[in-house]
Design a protein around this ligand. Structure first.
Ligand code: MSP
Length: 637
């Protein structure tokens, strides 16, 4: 069987991984598993990190790190994230890898040789953040994408003659209608190309952090020429190019559908077979953005509900190709209704009944003919939907079949068959349920691999679910007598409120961790953790002597003290030390007080300062004191 090579975008390292990146990468992992099931061999999934350019140089500077150190750190963060989610990544390509630089240079040399690259100079309004010239912008105009001010930039560039490819591209989209998916996106690209294409610059002299163009210092490759080539460098020398699928978000379709084919044609290299642009994931119906602070990260969700819950939710709830919404509430609801109650219930019920009635061994088939037929129809429909990357439709079909099975079990009422001693019908019923569960488990495997593998093992299979192929989905492959394992719940029911709280707490902690990593946020601002001497001097700490002390009525933790700090009148201070000190034992004792704290009223008594004490977790406070004698009113510095 033939190879299948698919890719995700390579992610910019100026942001740590969030659920948007995770969405694409999870979908790619599901496709990989599906392709293997369809028999492609080998199936190779490549991802990586996009590490050059001004934005990243700036992010590194903000984090007080060299670009290399910073990109190492964040690139690794992406790698770890995919590992933690158990995604089957085969190649992780960084643009800072020397192997990649060679591929970029080679692509450039080929385009130069074929006459599609020339040197020119350009002056324009440039958005540093998006690394894009804003063609229509006048000086001072904001960037239409991000709203930040554009800057005037003049520089010598290498240009790629994109303008020469308009007609060829249009003909290609027509001849290969499958190249851009979904269809609606293809129409957008066609409309864009029909407006006419301008040449694009593929090098910069204003940026230092990039791959140098050989013998052309100070030119470095421009970010898209560099980035797109990653798809080739990830599998350089392996005979896997062209890619069978580039999976991307809709906002970068233009670069993939227009630039990339033109670059490859100019270089006389084969084109990828297909682009699929999925939609945007919104957070509670709002665009996710760092500035709005409404980003979501995958790790806390995985830790609370498991990676499969997130995978299932993203691929079931959002129509792949369209924008969709993420909400914690909907996530937990889906989990409970479809996974815990739906699949989880079917599996634990079926396995428990086999344990009870057939000593944990699969009873004799062949099973119910109508259910066998429904299984075939459901499997065909689900596989067809998967093939078109219509995940939500595929899952809806599978869950429709789970509903059929639930009704079948209720109608047959195996508990009654057991009572009435109708063993043949009981065996037929439970064989049907188990065989259908086997097929369902295989069908859901691309989307929820971890849980599917658990059910698979509980059904008594020793071979990995990874090895399953489409042909194995046919009815009747479950062998009579196969010993099943004890049924343990794969999807424990979640308490919605507690689960959401847990995920939100985890999210807050993960945000701080990522911010610290990126060198941004409160934890990494030096002024937040360190105070200057000027700040310290503002605190007026004085030695005082306790003149009198008495309990405060109705407050068993408080004492009311009169403390002499060398002023005409002693200070009235209310302190929370009553559990640790008897009032009379304090009289005459030297203490430290904060003398310039704004006065406040406690239990109707004015407190004109605060007594300094060590505060011990779970224990009583201990007053600060001196071993040597110190005069009243002395200042602590
Ligand atoms: N480095 C470029 C891509 C170069 S590919 C040769 C880039 N990087 S990125 O870090 O900004 O990642 C963009 C991709 O991340 C999107 O295309 C999409 O796959 C994913 N997503 C990031 N945020 C997203 C959402 N909020 N929703 C869905 N996917 C999003 O662009």
């Amino acid at each position: 069987m033939s190879k299948y090579y698919l890719t995700t975008p390579i992610y910019y390292v100026n942001a740590a991984p969030h659920i948007g990146h995770t969405y694409t990468t999870i979908a790619a992992d599901a496709i990989k598993r599906l392709k293997r099931m369809q028999g492609f061999e080998p199936v190779i999934l490549a991802t990586g990190t996009d590490e050059h350019g001004q934005k990243i140089e700036r992010a590194a500077a903000a984090a007080n790190k060299s670009p290399q150190k910073f990109t190492d750190l964040i690139s690794n963060e992406f790698r770890q994230q995919w590992k933690a989610l158990d995604l089957q990544i085969d190649r992780f390509q960084r643009t800072t890898d020397p192997k990649h630089a060679k591929v970029v240079q080679d692509l450039f040399d080929r385009c130069l040789k074929s006459g599609y690259v020339y040197k020119g100079s350009y002056t324009g309004q440039y958005c540093v953040f998006d690394e894009l010239y804003v063609n229509e912008a006048k000086p001072g105009d904001p960037c239409p994408d991000c709203g930040r001010p554009t800057e005037i930039v003049t520089e010598e560039n290498f240009y790629f003659k994109l303008s020469a490819f308009g007609d060829r591209l249009l003909k290609f989209y027509e001849d290969q209608p499958d190249f851009i998916q979904p269809d609606s996106r293809r129409n957008e690209v066609i409309a864009f190309v029909k407006q006419g294409l301008k040449d694009v610059s593929i090098s910069r002299t204003t940026i230092k952090w990039g791959i140098p163009v050989a013998n052309e210092a100070p030119h470095v490759f421009y970010v898209w020429f560099d980035a797109l080539s990653t798809y080739m460098s990830a599998v350089e020398g392996e005979g896997l190019w062209p890619a069978d699928l580039h999976l991307i978000g809709k906002e970068i379709l233009r670069f993939h559908a227009v630039y990339w084919p033109a670059f490859l044609w100019a270089a006389d290299l084969p084109l990828p077979k297909k682009l699929f642009a999925h939609g945007w994931l919104l957070f509670e119906n709002d665009k996710m953005s760092k500035s709005k602070g409404n980003m979501v990260r995958a790790t806390p969700i995985k830790e609370a509900l498991g990676a499969d819950a997130l995978r299932y939710y993203l691929l079931r709830e959002v129509v792949f190709g369209q924008d969709g919404n993420f909400s914690y509430d909907a996530l937990v609801q889906r989990y409970n209704s479809d996974l815990a109650n739906g699949l989880g219930n079917l599996s634990s019920r079926t396995l428990a009944l086999i344990h009870q009635n057939f000593a944990g061994k699969i009873p004799a088939g062949p099973g119910d003919a109508a259910i066998a037929e429904s299984a075939k129809v459901a499997a065909d429909a689900a596989l067809n939907a998967y093939e078109r990357l219509e995940f939500s439709k595929a899952l809806e079909t599978i869950w429709g079949f789970i509903g059929v099975l639930d009704r079948f079990i209720v109608e047959r009422a195996p508990w009654n068959l057991a009572k009435s001693g109708d063993t043949a019908k009981l065996a037929d019923t439970l064989y049907t349920a188990a065989e259908a569960l086997r097929i369902v488990t295989a069908l859901v495997y691309p989307v929820i691999p971890e849980s599917a593998a658990k059910i698979w093992a509980q059904l008594g299979f020793r071979t990995p679910l990874d090895a399953i192929r489409v042909a194995d989905l046919a009815w009747g492959k479950l062998a009579e007598g196969q010993e099943i394992e004890p049924a343990t719940g794969v999807f424990p029911r979640a308490d919605t409120k507690l689960m959401i709280e847990k995920m939100k707490e985890g999210e807050a902690a993960e945000l701080v961790r990522q911010q610290t990593l990126m060198g941004v946020g409160p934890a990494s601002r030096p002024e937040a953790t360190h105070i200057s001497i000027d700040d310290f001097i503002k605190v007026d700490l004085r030695v005082g002597e306790v003149k009198s002390a008495s309990a405060v009525k109705g407050a068993d933790k408080l004492l009311h003290l009169q403390v002499d700090i060398g002023e005409p009148q002693p200070r009235s201070i209310v302190a929370g030390i009553a559990l640790a000190y008897q009032p009379e034992a304090l009289v005459g004792r030297k203490v430290v007080i904060v003398a310039n704290l704004a006065p406040r009223k406690l239990r109707g008594l004015e407190s004109q300062g605060m007594i300094v004490a060590a505060s011990l977790e779970g224990g009583n406070p201990v007053l600060a004191s001196f071993l040597e004698d110190v005069p009243i009113g002395a200042r602590l510095k």
